[in-house]
Design a protein around this ligand. Structure first.
Ligand code: GDP
Ligand code: GDP
Length: 481
């Protein structure tokens, strides 16, 4: 079992009012999620009065939400009772004290009788419950997740506590119940505006706003190259990493979850993940292997930037759009590469067709970069990598709270939200909850009544005013008090 990281004891802080209990049978990943949510604040664990041996409590943080997390672990500490009785007592206690419950199952193991036992108890608790199918990174968890519908706790979300996937959905679940944390230091944020405008560099002072996952997430740019068979993925990989950097053996580069290879481009580190070309190179036999839909999804899950490779002669087809949509929905940065440019006759038309298609299909993600290349001739790969690093910088962009709120005042003044039934909707406060992709939390007096069109107007304005073309932007509404 994973233990909370030890950190120096801090002065005791007051426990946040809202409590989330993590419930589930042993080994589903509760501690892992606990550690992720509590992060450095794990020092608070155990030293608070009333925290018994069988529960761990800590101050959890998810984007801009602060709350108390209770991990109901430690069943193995008690020995004098039947397992069922102990489970029931423990869950009862946790549920009683919690404001909301996250029930976790191990999606790779599927639904077990113990899971059903917990679900029965929780259904009777009449508290908000979110069901999470953990260990869902890659494709291994999907069957288990679907099975979990049978538990009768609503739609199970796909979670990976270990990889930090699915936290957005946990956020969506919690956000309506918790007031956003006040800005850490508004005055300080104001001061930084001057040198930050139009810069897009890292704003380290905003680090405290970052979720725990971002702290661990520095390192090589994680790149996936995806596309239909025969568009030239292997040729491009060879061209990018060079024949002389062939993998040394059939096992090289194969990790538990993905095939990956690290390489350097100038000063920059890249990691290429799970691409057909790599799979082919990683195996001795050269049998033609196609990247299945599930494998493509896997690569997207692990990537930060995804290059969708197209055959320029064929343009963008339905299957390509499906992949592109997946990339954007997963919040990854997307670059389109039009390969085999050497073999295209009417280049202007080929390029326009793809750009039109993108504009029509992704009106909300304007400015997705399109780069023309010839992997065979080694042309255009520098432009491609430049586009990759540019979009990566945008994807990482952080905007200060002061600057965002001045912006909010202006856009609302020039185009106020509608007043359905005469009731004015007030947009009070905006803050960037996280980057990768840029994610904003907007507090609003009646979020349920704010029309989708107005939300899209705000998103577009954010994109244009802060120069963030081509990257997914997320705008979460929260009810203000
Ligand atoms: P708990 O008993 O419910 O607290 O479970 P733990 O957090 O101790 O996790 C049990 C095991 O599952 C550990 O080996 C974890 O590393 C592993 N685990 C937790 N979350 C994930 C995940 O998202 N994916 C995978 N593959 N393994 C996970
Ligand atoms: P994959 O299935 O996506 O990995 O595609 P491959 O890299 O195996 O390439 C499929 C075919 O397209 C091969 O015959 C390549 O030589 C050819 N090809 C790849 N890139 C180019 C290019 O830029 N121009 C031309 N004309 N052919 C290319």
């Amino acid at each position: 079992m994973t233990r909370a990281r030890k950190a120096p004891t801090r002065p005791r802080e007051e426990a946040p009012a809202f409590t989330l209990a993590l419930v589930g049978r042993p080994n589903v990943g509760k501690s892992t999620l606990f550690n992720r949510l509590v992060g450095r604040r794990a020092a608070l664990v155990d030293d608070r009065p009333g925290v018994t041996r069988d529960r761990r409590e800590g101050q959890g943080r998810l984007f801009d939400l602060v709350f108390t997390v209770v991990d109901t672990a430690g069943l193995e500490d008690v020995t004098d009772d039947s397992l069922e009785a102990r489970m029931r007592r423990q869950t009862e206690k946790a549920v009683e004290q919690a404001d909301a419950i996250l029930m976790m199952i191990d999606a790779r193991a599927g639904v077990t009788p113990l899971d059903s036992h917990f679900a029965d108890q929780l259904r009777r608790a009449h508290k908000p419950v979110l069901l999470a199918a953990n260990k869902s990174e890659g494709k291994a968890g999907e069957t288990g997740r679907l099975e979990a519908y049978a538990l009768g706790l609503g739609e199970p979300i796909a979670l990976s506590a270990e990889h930090g996937l699915g936290l957005d959905e946990l956020y969506e679940f919690l956000a309506p119940h918790i007031a956003p944390a006040p800005p850490e230091d508004e005055a300080e944020a104001e001061e930084q505006d001057v040198d930050e405008v139009g810069d897009g560099g890292e704003d380290l002072s905003a680090e405290d706003d970052l979720p725990p996952e971002a702290e661990e997430d520095r390192g090589p740019l994680q790149l996936a190259i995806v596309g239909r068979p025969n568009v030239g993925k292997s040729t491009l990989v060879n061209c990018l990493i060079g024949e002389d950097r062939l993998l040394t053996g059939p096992e090289a580069g194969i990790t538990r979850d993905a095939i990956e290879i690290d390489w350097r481009y100038g000063e920059k580190q890249l990691r290429l993940i799970d691409t057909a070309g790599l799979r082919r190179r990683a195996r001795v036999d050269d049998r033609v292997e196609r990247l299945s839909a599930a494998e493509t999804k896997h690569a997207i899950d692990f990537a930060q930037v995804v290059v969708l490779l197209l055959d320029a002669a064929q343009g963008m087809e339905k299957q390509d759009l499906t992949i592109a949509r997946q990339v954007v929905e997963e919040g990854r940065a997307l670059v389109i590469a039009l390969n085999k440019w050497d073999a295209v006759d009417d280049r202007a038309m080929a390029l326009r067709a793809v750009e039109d298609r993108l504009l029509r299909s992704f009106p909300q993600t304007r400015g997705i970069p399109v780069v023309t290349i010839s992997a065979l001739q080694g042309r255009g790969t520098d432009r491609l990598l430049k586009a990759v690093f540019d979009i990566y910088a945008i994807w990482n962009k952080r905007l200060s709270t002061g600057m965002l709120n001045r912006w909010l005042q202006q856009v609302v003044a020039s185009h106020p939200p509608p007043a359905p039934g005469g009731r004015r909707i007030r947009l009070k406060y905006i803050t960037q909850a996280r980057s990768r992709p840029p994610t904003f939390a907007l507090s609003c007096s009646h979020p349920e009544e704010l029309p989708g069109a107005y939300l899209r107007y705000l998103e577009n304005a954010l994109r244009e005013d802060f120069d963030m073309p081509g990257t997914p932007i997320r705008l979460h509404l929260k009810k203000s008090r």
